[in-house]
Design a protein around this ligand. Structure first.
Ligand code: HEM
Length: 129
């Protein structure tokens, strides 16, 4: 397990939490207008930071299966942007939902496990362990 919150972990965590909040806003707002395009680009930027920073976060010294999620997310984001730019909105929508729920929400939920740094920190601050 990762022992402490390194600067790279803090950048990863900040980008992921910002992407979570912004992602919810993008899902709830109207699609296709200028605001959607601006907020959507910002969300993709945050997701890129979230995924790319994991290259420098290796709790056990090696890459783990969660790093596979980073690679999948990066590829999926490229496809989602490509489909938006070429007008294939159905595929754009499906991939963005997949990255948000299957990538961000699932990866976020896993960080709350007791063996992970955030889960451990939360439990200690609540006095559970
Ligand atoms: C709200 C969402 C997220 C939160 C709160 C979060 C938080 C964290 C934290 C605190 C760490 C470092 C400590 C640890 O591993 O326990 C970490 C590591 C990591 N995260 Fe995230 N993250 C989120 C989303 C994501 C996403 C979307 C991806 C992939 C696209 C991702 C991939 C990784 C990877 C690969 C590691 C390194 C794991 C290892 O050391 O083997 N995370 N995350």
């Amino acid at each position: 397990m990762q022992q402490e919150f390194t600067p790279m972990i803090l950048i990863h965590l900040g980008a992921a939490l910002a992407a979570l909040v912004l992602g919810i806003a993008v899902f709830l707002r109207r699609k296709g207008n200028l605001a959607h395009r601006v907020l959507g680009r910002a969300w993709v930027g945050l997701m890129l930071v979230t995924a790319i920073t994991t290259y420098w976060i290796r709790g056990g010294g090696n890459f783990s299966w969660i790093h596979g999620l980073s690679v999948i997310s990066l590829v999926a984001l490229c496809f989602a942007v490509y489909f938006a730019m070429t007008g294939n909105i159905l595929r754009h929508q499906r991939i963005m939902k997949g990255v948000f729920f299957g990538g961000l929400v699932v990866a976020g939920a896993f960080t709350l496990l007791p063996a992970r740094l955030l889960g451990h920190a939360l439990r200690s601050s609540l006095g559970v362990i």
